[in-house]
Ligand binder design. Structure first.
Ligand SMILES: [Zn+2]
Ligand SMILES: [Zn+2]
Length: 276
């Protein structure tokens, strides 16, 4: 993709300034302590943050016909919040991360995701204070949309898992795989909406042999701090892109099956890097 001249220039720069870190997006130098690690200030300034979601369901920044469909009202997740719009730059960055094997994007992406989480906390805490006069809201557990074995082999990593784990580590929220991908569905982007819905049906399920003791270990159920049935478990479901919400809905229904395993209610919040 990059020209040989650019590569040579980058090598030359490195020789002249060994501490020079090239921007993941444009190759220009990144100054130390940049707001997004690995991203230069100029590129960071162009990040299309979603500061104020207009659609309360899917977190989109503009009006939203998708969420008005009757089937959308019955979705198993509470809401989706995304960090940024899926514009041309984000499309390029995410493609380089996902298909170009540039894992280093995971760090700035996880920080962008963290920003969306902090906004969600603010939003939820405000609502809680009004409705229950209770203290702030937080997620109890972080999980992610799984990819098929085939994709995993192809890419070497699950793009959603990597950013989810990095964010969870910084926020001190337990992170755990809870879902599995049951059938290989091919590339979603090349399909129509109807094809996607049909194709994804039954594509995700709870991992077999999930042990309820795990949840106790994380202080989520049946402990003194959190007696069984005291309040619902809030699970953050992480993915890179939110398009129609079908993937989030199917994963959320699978996660809802934890309710019978754990004997308490489970609420799923979708958290995605970009909203297309
Ligand atoms: Zn840059
Ligand atoms: Zn919406």
């Amino acid at each position: 993709m990059r020209g040989g001249a650019e590569r040579a220039l980058s090598v030359l720069r490195r020789l002249l300034a060994p501490n020079f870190e090239p921007c993941l997006a444009c190759g220009k130098p990144v100054r130390a302590g940049a707001s997004l690690p690995g991203i230069c200030e100029r590129c960071a300034a162009g990040v299309p943050w979603i500061a104020r979601p207009r659609c309360p369901v899917c977190g989109r920044a503009q009006g939203c016909p998708d969420c008005l469909r009757p089937e959308a009202r019955e979705r198993a997740f509470e809401m989706n919040r995304s960090a940024v719009l899926y514009d041309a730059a984000m499309r390029r960055w995410i493609a380089e991360y996902k298909y170009g094997g540039r894992e280093a994007f995971a760090e700035p992406f996880s920080i962008m995701l963290e920003q969306a989480y902090r906004n969600l906390v603010r939003e939820m805490s405000a609502e809680r204070k009004i409705r229950y006069r209770s203290p702030g809201w937080k997620a109890d557990l972080v999980t992610w949309v799984p990819v098929s074995e085939e994709r995993l082999e192809e890419r070497g990593f699950n793009q959603a898992e990597l950013i989810a784990r990095q964010m969870a580590r910084r926020l001190h929220i337990p992170a755990h795989a809870l879902l599995e991908r049951r059938v290989h569905t091919g590339k979603q982007s090349s399909k129509t909406r109807a094809e996607r819905l049909h194709n994804l049906d039954g594509a995700f399920g709870l991992l077999p042999n999930l042990d309820p003791r795990f949840f106790r270990k994380w202080d989520l159920i049946g402990t003194e701090k959190r007696p069984r049935g005291s309040f619902p478990i809030a699970i953050l479901l992480v993915d890179d892109i939110y398009t129609t919400g079908t993937t989030a809905a199917i994963c959320a229904s699978a996660l809802k099956q934890l309710e019978s395993l754990l004997g308490c209610s489970v609420l799923v919040y979708s958290l995605t890097l970009a909203r297309s």
